[in-house]
Design a protein around this ligand. Sequence first.
Ligand code: SF4
Length: 116
Amino acid sequence: MAVNLICIECPRGCELRVEIADGGVSGVTGNFCPKGKLYAETECVRPTRVLTTTARMADGRMLPVKTARPIAKDKLFSVMAAVNRLLPAPPVVIGQILAENISGTGANLVAAAAKN
Ligand code: SF4
């Protein structure tokens, strides 16, 4: 079986063809650099994304937040539910950890902006 993907690791957007065999990736073509092969292997076996969203603060304002590293795509909804319960209080500095190991993903949720 083969899957076609667009690499999203840089603006070049290489068109990848990924051969799948025995539940794993047996070959990748179309990648201009090694990052494309790694992206294809991750995307086909255990896709991940950095979650970027907003959290409502205790004073009602919205705060841009993100996970400090990529998390499994199948965890995105449980992390969003946890973000909606946070209600961080000001002041918040950029990069401040708002939740450690959010939803058991192993990633911290951090502020992507400062709010006084
Ligand atoms: S394979 Fe390399 S050059 Fe191509 S889009 Fe991915 S990161 Fe960019």
